[in-house]
Design a protein. Structure first.
Length: 135
């Protein structure tokens, strides 16, 4: 089974916004073709973001509760210990935790963050394929 790390925006697209680009990802996770790896810090960040006013409006619009999102996270993600810092550093320190986990497990990393995606070439030799959607 292949491992994958999802940044918070991808999780929101998957569980809140229903982004059609996330349909293949959702199916792969449900069918067990991908193992989603996360840390408690990633879950904490998601919980914090779900309280942002603009996200609360989206939750209401899509008729999804914070509890539903967190339950789906808990059901689908396998929590891992925080890994050591990777040998590459992201410009956005908030995104470093995703890179560290992906590098530690040689996992695919899905992110829409420009600071992460600009690191594609540096991550590839470390066994990490970084992209914005499951292709």
């Amino acid at each position: 089974m292949n491992s994958i790390v999802l940044d918070t925006n991808i999780v929101l697209d998957l569980f809140v916004f229903g982004d059609v680009a996330c349909i293949p990802l959702g199916l792969a996770l449900q069918r067990g073709r991908l193992q989603w790896l996360a840390t408690q810090a990633m879950r904490d960040e998601l919980e914090q973001v779900l309280a942002y006013p603009q996200i609360c409006k989206s939750l209401a619009h899509h008729q999804v509760s914070v509890q539903q999102v967190l339950q789906r996270f808990d059901a689908m993600a396998r929590l891992e210990l925080v890994p050591p810092k990777a040998s590459v550093t992201c410009k956005d320190s908030d995104d470093q935790k995703f890179i560290d986990l992906a590098v530690a497990h040689r996992a695919m990393l899905l992110s829409k963050d420009k600071a992460v995606l600009c690191m594609k070439k540096r991550l590839l030799p470390l066994g990490v394929l970084a992209q914005s959607a499951l292709e």
